[in-house]
Design a protein around this ligand. Sequence first.
Ligand code: AMP
Length: 210
Amino acid sequence: MKLILLGAPGAGKGTQAEILSKKLGAPTISTGNILRAAVKNGTPVGLKAKSYMDAGALVPDDVIIGVMRERFAEPDCANGYILDGMPRTIAQAEALEAGGIDVDCALSIEISDDEIVARMSGRRTCPECSTTYHIVSAPPKTDGTCDKCGASLTIRHDDEPETVKNRLRVYHEETEPLIAFYAARGKHKSVRNQPSIEATTAVIADALGL
Ligand code: AMP
């Protein structure tokens, strides 16, 4: 299955993508994680992306399209994937189509801006392995420490409140139009965010007929 997860930053796309990835046996491709690794390693892509990411702006489409082209060429993509955080603009969606990538479904997780702002303030991220936690809804076993690799958890630079507001504005302007784009192709489905991760997984599984 080739699935796109749509939704505002902080809607839970990354968390649900990981769960679906295990269920479906398909990799999750997160452009945000790929870009953060590139920034950390100081690669040419990372150098181009950093200032946009720090400001909560979108990284230019040509950079993203290049990153995705390389990622799709890897062997684990042969039997489908879950796209988390890509496409984020109509131009990126058109580039997927132009590349012959026919997605099965674009599923959006609906959540209000107020819920997002409250949620992002509690998000903690592992700088080593990218696992995310929430101090209330998904805390690590030991405060401030990654369960998977033991690194100290951090607040992502772009999860600071002012940057979150900018990311939400960018989401509404640039990414939300993708809902109409995929609806016009008969491929859009949506679910409402639920009070727990498990309940949200259940409504997604139901929507996808899993
Ligand atoms: P995320 O982890 O998906 O919230 O992405 C973090 C940041 O990476 C975003 O705020 C953007 O600056 C950048 N980014 C990730 N994916 C994309 C994309 N598909 N197009 C443009 N910028 C992106």
